[in-house]
Design a binder for this molecule. Structure first.
Ligand code: NHW
Ligand code: EN5
Length: 388
């Protein structure tokens, strides 16, 4: 079955349940002098390129490759359409490496036909903080599929990560590979039910009319929590403390410092939105919530070209009930004209999904670690990590 993945230091299906295997790195680091110095060979028509996301032109090429060839749902009705501003944000966090933004071009035409990226991250697994790469945006042009290019891209990003003396990685996928640390369910909260039904994203429920459905999902015009406001630069230290403390309860979670929080959570127009609750009495920051903007192209519709989706990111409640906090963020997302609010069943999200009228989607998201074994798979609620 998995001719490539069988050769990699990842948990193998045959090892599931083997209690003699202990937790931690699967293979030790090799001396840097033993890391291959030259890129892996590509089939002759292709060449490696670094995609410089500072360059307007290269950012455009990456955007176009992904817009036309990246992830679709299982019925090919929708395709992720990450914006250029989003890609710049996602790929240039503190300490990023330009050399980890890897493209493949056709030598003759210079057309960009494949892509893979890594960004550095510190991920805590139980009590251990591990330097990792987060690998994302693996994409091979539709016309070049099933030619075993993906394993070459994965080996090349692995080599360049090793050159920085990093030996572990985290990644997610909609497909099952050897072997998930956990499998999460996507949930969807309709904000614009008429459009979602018109484009086939959702269906009119049994014994439901359009007007009853619209009424069911209606939200108030304004948020209800006193002290609820947008996050600002001055909030970075308080939000970092709040978030670090909250994430400490999960088995796998990012180890965010203030620079990470400033990058990943300070609001960036049309990319990431963050809100917090500042106590009207003592000005303490007690609660926090955030979502990122990831539209999808609608592949079949005559009427609509894009679905505006918000994705739940990191949320922390200490004083405001999580249910009320998330209801306020739904109100904000509706006001900003999102069609749907999506969330995974990670962290404490189960506690609000059903009550706030989210429904389970037809997609799952599997989480993986490279060269790090967990003794057992986790429950989604033990996971404190959201990848983009
Ligand atoms: S998941 C999104 C992945 N992208 C898409 O789904 C876009 C649309 N599809 C495509 O572009 C988020 C192609 O179908 C792709 C595969 C490129 C997916 N992850 O070239 P072949 C991420 O970006 C294996 C890992 O013939 P293809 C995370 C497959 O199992 N492996 O296929 C990325 C098979 O291996 P096997 C995947 O359809 C994480 C082999 O590829 C995979 O033309 C990457 C077939 O290759 C996936 N999503 O191209 C791993 N999909 O052993 C990072 C298929 O089963 C690991 N495959 O025979 C860590 C590295 C860093 C380590 C550092 C220490
Ligand atoms: C990670 N960085 O399948 C990238 N999305 O449910 C890789 N379904 O939107 C991750 N098929 O259920 C890839 N509507 C994995 C995700 C790939 C994309 C994907 C799913 C997630 C999705 C929608 C549309 C289905 C269209 C037909 C879906 C139902 C919504 C309904 C709303 C009302 C309440 C019940 C649910």
């Amino acid at each position: 079955k998995h001719k490539f993945w069988e050769t990699q230091p990842v948990g193998q299906f045959k090892d599931v349940g083997d209690t003699s295997l202990t937790e931690g790195p699967i293979e030790p680091p090799t001396p840097l002098s033993e890391v291959k110095q030259e890129p892996y060979n590509l089939p002759n028509p292709y060449e490696w390129t670094i995609c410089d996301m500072d360059s307007e032109e290269m950012c455009n090429e990456v955007y176009t490759l992904l817009k036309n060839n990246y992830v679709e749902d299982d019925e090919n009705m929708f395709r992720f359409n990450y914006s250029k501003e989003f890609l710049r944000w996602a790929l240039r966090p503190p300490g990023y490496y330009r050399s980890w933004h890897i493209g493949v071009r056709v030598k003759a035409s210079k057309k960009l036909v494949a892509f893979i990226t890594g960004i550095p991250a510190r991920i805590r697994v139980r009590d251990t903080v591990v330097k990792m790469a987060e690998v994302n945006f693996l994409c091979v042009h539709k016309k070049l599929r099933s030619k075993r290019l993906a394993p070459v891209l994965i080996k090349e990003v692995t080599r360049r990560v090793h050159l920085e003396n990093i030996w572990q990685a985290a990644y997610t996928a909609g497909v099952v590979l050897p072997t998930p640390i956990t499998t999460c369910q996507y949930w969807h909260r309709s904000l614009n039910p008429k459009k979602l039904i018109d484009v086939g994203f959702s269906r009119l429920g049994a014994r439901m009319t359009m007007s009853r459905t619209i009424k069911l999902y209606r939200l108030p015009d304004s948020t209800v929590t006193p002290g609820f406001r947008k996050m600002e630069l001055r909030d970075v230290p308080a939000v970092t403390r709040l978030l670090r403390n909250y994430l400490s309860q999960f088995v796998v979670a990012p180890d965010f410092d203030e620079d990470d929080v400033q990058h990943w959570l300070l609001p960036t127009e049309n990319v990431v939105d963050s809100y917090l609750v500042e106590s009207p009495e003592n000005h303490e920051i007690t609660d926090f919530c955030s979502f990122y903007t990831l539209p999808s192209s609608i592949l079949g519709s005559q009427t609509y070209s894009t679905l505006k989706a918000a994705y739940s990111y990191y949320n922390v409640s200490t004083k405001t009930p999580l249910l009320q906090l998330m209801n306020d963020v739904l109100i904000v997302a509706k006001k900003k004209d999102f069609d749907v609010f999506n969330a995974l069943d990670v962290m404490q999200n189960e506690s609000f999904l059903k009550e706030l009228k989210f429904g389970p989607g037809d997609g799952q998201l599997h989480y993986y670690l490279y060269n790090y074994r967990l003794r057992n798979a986790l429950k989604p609620s033990e996971l404190g990590l959201v990848l983009l």
